[in-house]
Design a protein around this ligand. Structure first.
Ligand code: CP3
Length: 345
């Protein structure tokens, strides 16, 4: 069978029109997602119910025919599987116990991982079977994890934060403790992503949403170095499975991140994608970076922004995406309009 379009781009080919998928493409902007979400008491139950999680993964593929399906789960399922608490409170996002000391790190138990994430692996198998059964032969399945630093951010802060002050201070003031936390998360991430490949994931993505809050020195130590360790361990086991890294808000440090061995790099909304891409190796695929709010607005703003990105990326390996996740107020018809624009090249 011919190679799927997303895999060709990640293999360094300037596929045109580019493959397209959207971060958070399954979610609350879709009425069919809200209908499934209403059947479960909480979000973690949705993530650990293979039939429902596979169903919501496939919903946006049926509607739009994206070049990739992304496993429906969450980056915080990994710490949850290690025994850390996790709740999603309506309207305020994730809430976790605050990890601030050695006892908190020692309580994380990697031996629980395989059993607790078994439903996620079953979801991956069902998505692959569903894509085949429904005739989406060109849609690649992306598995993912949060990068260790971003996962540590939520664990140390106890949820989201406007500046992630506690985790940044811990990285400086308690380097040994923080290194133990990062080590535990890095090893667990390797095992978790490797299991996703064994279950059928064809591409892996590492979400480092808060990498950009780190100083350059700490970025190299806590974003680039763990990514390199994860990518080399995965490549040793699964040499043909490409990895996309998303060091959000990294700016010019995307250059350091490109040296980790990733096959693709996600660029956030605030970065000039052409200027950043010019700093990267020409064979490295770039992914991004439409402003999710241009997708909310639609019309002329959507056309102008989309065409500027396409013009800047034509001729290099590229994957069209947003610069951050799709937001719940996005009109579904604007997503259809975007797909048409991208597919016109
Ligand atoms: O992209 C996809 O469609 C796949 C599924 C996916 C979700 N979260 C589903 C989700 C993926 C890949 C994620 C990644 C994720 N989760 C990140 C990294 C990317 C980014 O956005 O920066 C982060 C930081 C999280 C943590 C997280 N999960 C937050 C902060 C929130 C609350 C914010 C919100 O939108 O409510 C979540 C919840 C979440 N994860 C929802 C979905 C669909 C909404 C929960 C619901 O439907 O009730």
């Amino acid at each position: 069978m011919a190679m799927k379009r997303l895999l060709r781009s990640l293999n360094g080919e300037a596929v045109w029109p580019p493959p397209v998928w959207l971060m958070r493409q399954a979610g609350r902007y879709l009425p069919e997602y809200r209908a499934v979400r209403a059947r479960v008491p909480d979000f973690v139950t949705l993530c650990t119910s293979p039939d429902l999680a596979a169903e919501v993964t496939l919903q946006p593929i049926r509607r739009y025919g994206f070049d990739a399906a992304i496993l429906f789960s969450d980056i915080l399922i990994l710490p949850w599987a290690l025994g850390h608490g996790l709740a999603f409170k309506e309207g305020e996002g994730p809430v976790l116990p605050r990890l601030r000391d050695a006892a908190g790190v020692a309580a994380l138990d990697p031996r629980r991982l395989a059993e607790k994430t078994a439903p996620v692996m079953e979801t991956v198998r069902r998505i692959r079977a569903g894509l085949r059964a429904e005739g989406f032969g060109n849609t690649a399945l992306i598995g993912f994890a949060g990068a260790p630093f971003t996962v540590a951010c939520y664990m140390v802060e106890g949820g989201g934060s406007k500046d992630f002050a506690a985790v940044r201070a811990m990285a400086y003031a308690e380097p040994d403790l923080f290194a133990r936390l990062m080590d535990t998360l890095t090893e667990a991430t390797i095992a978790y992503l490797s299991a996703q490949v064994e279950a059928g994931a064809e591409v892996l993505m590492l979400f480092d949403s808060w990498a950009g809050v780190l100083s350059p020195g700490l970025f190299r130590r806590h974003a680039a170095a763990p990514a390199q360790r994860i990518v080399s361990a995965l490549k040793a086991r699964h040499p043909d499975v490409p990895v996309i890294g998303f060091p959000r808000l990294a700016g010019i440090l995307a250059r350091d991140y490109a040296a980790t061995g990733v096959d693709g790099i996600g660029i956030d909304t605030g970065s000039d994608i052409g200027a950043i891409a010019a700093l990267l190796p020409p064979g490295l695929a770039v992914q991004g970076n439409l402003d999710p709010m241009a997708l909310v607005a639609g019309g002329e703003a959507l056309r102008t922004e989309t065409r500027a990105i396409l013009a800047a990326m034509k001729g290099r390996p590229f994957v069209f995406n947003l610069g951050h996740g799709i937001v719940p107020q996005t009109p579904p018809e604007n997503v259809a309009a975007l797909l048409e624009l991208v597919r016109a090249g």
